[in-house]
Design a protein around this ligand. Structure first.
Ligand code: FES
Ligand SMILES: [Fe+2]
Length: 348
């Protein structure tokens, strides 16, 4: 087993929806063990700083925005929101010349793509400037989501991600009349291909054993992707309309993972059905969370774990992607996707 924390760095982490944070607001997040304050200026632009004042550790998110700075709630030190340098220490007298600009709080790049907020976390704590890669972008994510559910899983992000992409747990964990049952289990073969920082189950017609898909009518085509550090999408197209379901697993710390599941669509029918979708999605996520809690009972004893054959190949790819990402960053070379196109077969 890979020892925790073992997070992915030099990458964009999903940090929420635009509607999570109003103009003039500061909120506290913890991502990959880092306390991060997200803020939004009156003009709508966002910024992110480490949520620990370098003076005596008060959380800056409890302070306030003043012009283009954030003011610490404890002694009023002010930090520029664009790079984290200290611009004012109110307690200093005019003849006491401390070079305030030498004091800095860590700054993180933030980007809002449509409704999605991404924060870049570098392995180099002094990183500043523009990240070498861009965060994911989805056309449908410009719309208001029809489902937005969140939940904290009591596990390391690796177990959360592996659980999300696991094709074999469906008929057991998510057994319900409108989805899967043991009786509906059959052999399937799906073509996979490498994608940017991840892989995809190529476009295909979903299993006809699912009532929920059949509800969509037409001939749905679905594509499922996974991308580091923990973003899974399922895009279902019916004729020229689509439903994008995005599930992100963002590590809070080594024992807790924030899951957010968001649906965007331009299908009128699904907008109308959104209360039902919301209930279904909630149910799924709670079922996964309960299984995670059960699994923790075993993991506490640090047992050996198995990844078996095609059903667990996506999990193997996840670990391989993570390892190659860290190596490529460390060696300063281009990332080489370790996944190659192939068909995986399993029964589910
Ligand atoms: S702790 Fe922030 S100004 Fe003192
Ligand atoms: Fe699940």
């Amino acid at each position: 087993m890979i020892p925790p924390p073992d997070f992915v760095f030099d990458i964009w982490y999903f940090a929420g929806l635009s509607s999570d944070i109003r103009a003039g607001q500061l909120i506290r997040h913890e991502i990959a063990g880092e306390p991060i304050m997200l803020g939004r200026h009156r003009d709508g632009t966002m910024f992110a700083l480490r949520d620990i004042c370098p003076h005596r550790a008060a959380p800056l998110s409890a302070g306030r925005i003043k012009a283009d700075t954030v003011e610490c709630p404890y002694h009023g030190w002010r930090f520029a929101t664009d790079d984290g340098r200290c611009v004012e220490i109110p307690a200093l007298c005019s003849d006491q010349d401390v070079d305030t600009e030498k004091i800095r709080v860590r700054h993180f790049p933030v980007q809002e793509n449509g409704q999605l907020i991404w924060v870049y976390i570098s392995s180099d704590k002094r990183f500043s400037g523009t990240p070498p890669i861009a965060p994911p972008e989805f056309v449908l994510a410009n719309r208001k989501p029809i489902v937005d559910d969140r939940l904290v899983l009591n596990c390391h992000v690796d177990h959360a991600v592996v659980g999300l992409m696991d094709p074999a747990h469906g008929p057991y964990v998510h057994r319900q009349w409108w989805w899967r049952s043991e009786k509906s289990i059959h052999e399937k073969a799906k073509a996979f291909e490498p994608r940017e920082r991840g892989f995809a189950m190529a476009r295909h017609s979903p299993s006809p054993n699912s009532f929920a898909y059949n509800l969509l009518g037409g001939k749905p085509i679905t594509e499922i992707t996974f991308q580091l550090p923990g973003v899974r999408t399922e895009n279902i197209e019916v004729d020229d309309k689509a439903l994008l379901s995005l599930t992100s697993a963002t590590p809070i710390n080594e024992n807790r993972t924030q899951i957010r599941q968001i649906f965007f669509t331009d299908m009128m029918l699904l907008r109308l059905l959104s209360p039902i979708l919301r209930m279904g999605a909630k149910r799924f996520l709670r079922q996964d969370a309960n299984m995670v809690d059960l699994q923790q009972m075993g993991l506490r004893h640090d047992p050996g774990l198995m990844l078996i054959d095609d059903a667990d190949t996506q999990a193997k790819w996840y670990y391989a992607l993570k390892q190659e990402w860290a190596r490529a960053q460390g060696e300063g070379r281009t990332f080489q996707n370790p996944v190659s196109a192939r068909t995986l077969s399993w029964r589910s």
